[in-house]
Design a protein around this ligand. Sequence first.
Ligand SMILES: [Zn+2]
Length: 487
Amino acid sequence: MRLFAAALSTESNTFSPIPTDLESFTGNRYFPPGKHPEHPTNTSSAVLVVARTHARRSNAVLMEGTVTGAAPAGTTSRAAYEQLRDEILGQLKAALPVDVVALGLHGAMVAHGYDDCEGDLLTRARALAGPKAAIGATLDPHCHMTPAMQAAADLLICYKEFPHTDFVERAEELLTLLTATARGDIRPVMSTWDCRMIDSFMTSRQPIRGFVDRMTALEGKDGVLSVSIVHGFSAADVPHLGAKMLVVTDCQREKGEGLAKRLGQELYSLRGQGAPRHLSPDEGLDRAMALPEGPVVLADRWDNPGGGVAGDSTVILHRMLERGIANAVVGALWDPIAVRFCHAAGEGAKLRLRFGGKAAPTSGKPVDAEVEVTRVVKDATQNFASSIVSLGDAAAIRLSGIDVVLETKRAQTFDPSLFRNLGIEPKERKLVVVKSSNHFHAGFLPIAKEIHYIDSGGPYPSDPRCVPYRRIPRPIWPIDENPHDAA
Ligand SMILES: [Zn+2]
C-alpha cells in the first residue's frame, strides 16, 4: 500500500481587512516533506502525523507532501494558493502510483479567482492519482461543502466537536476508511442534505451535544461509515455557504440520502439554539463582579482570530479600565509592534505603550498607558488538545492590576497554557477575558466558575441578517424565514 499525505489549510473571511499571502503560510506553519514534528501543529496537520503511525503499523509506504496553514484571515492571493497547490500536486505526481491520498484541509479557503480552493485541489489530485486511488480529506466543520469536493473525493470527514478537540480521531478514521477503500473492502458513497441555514453549533452544550452523540452512535453499523455536520462558515460571501448534513455509507446511496435528510431536518428544527445568548461587555463584567470568587471567563466571541479577524479589539479592556476592574487577565491581543517594543524594553521595564485597536474601526481605540513588561518570550506557544500552537514572540504587560498578553501571530486563545507560558496563572484571577469563539471552552472549563459569551460589536460579521452578502445561496435562514417551503 502506497500512501500520500499533505495538508493545506486556511479559513477565508472574505470580509476581513487582513489579506492572506504566501508569507501568511510560510511564516506561520510551513513544513516541507519530512520536516513536520511528531505532534500536530494545528487541527489539519493531524492527517500527516496519523498517516505516519498508520504507515508504520500496516507496513505501508508513506510519501509525505508539504504541510502548511495560514491563520484564518482575508481572501488568499491567487499566486500564494497556486504556488502551494502546485507544490503539493508536484509532490503527489512524484509519488505516483499511490493507493491513498489523505489530505488535511480546512474547507473554507477562498483565493482570488477560486471560490472553492479545496474543490479545485481535490479535482486536480484526482486527475493525477487516477480513478482507482482512494482520495479523502478531514475538514473543519466550518467549511463550505461543495459539489466539486464531493465529486473528486471518495471520503470527506468533518471534526464532530466544536471546540474541535477530536481532530486526531477524525484523521485516524480517514486513514482507516481510505485504506479499506483502497483494498476494496468498502465503497464509500457520500450523501448530503442542505439545511438552508446559517447558524452556530456548539457541542459543549445542549441541544447540539445530544444531537452529535446520537449522530455518532449511528456510525459503524448498518452500512453507515461516517456522519458529519457541516456547520458552514458565515464570514464568507460564496455560493456554497450554509449548514449541511453529510452521511457516508458503504455503497447505500438511498439509505445515505434518507438519513442525511432526516438528520438535517432535525438539525434545522434546533436552529437558533446552538449558542447561548451573548452579553454586552458591561453585562459580562457585571456578572463577573457579582460573583464572590473567580475566575469568570468572558469570551470576546466576535474578535476571534480563528474567524479571520485581527484579535486586537480593546472594547472590553477599555470598559475594564474605566470601571477600575483589577485582578484580571486579557489575552491574547494581536499586536506585533507592541510585542517588539516590549522585547526591546525588556522584562521589568516600565514604558508608555500604545497597544491594540489598530486593524479596524470595530477593534476599538488603541490603549495608551504606562505599562510594566512582566515577561517576554521568543516563539511562545499554547496547547490545544494534543497540538502545540505558536503565538510567535509574545509579551505580558501589567497596567492598573490587569495583565495583558500580546502576541505576534494571530492565534486565538485555546488554553490556559497561553497565560501560564507567560508567567500568569489565570486560575488565581477574578476575571479572564479570552479571544475565541468556542475553542477555549474545553481548556478553560476546568478552572472557570462561570463562562459567558460577549458581543463587543465585531469585527466578525455576527448577525447574518446584517451582513452585505451578494453571492450566498437563497433562501437561507435566518435571512429568509421558512427557506425549505420557499425553495
Ligand atoms: Zn472551525
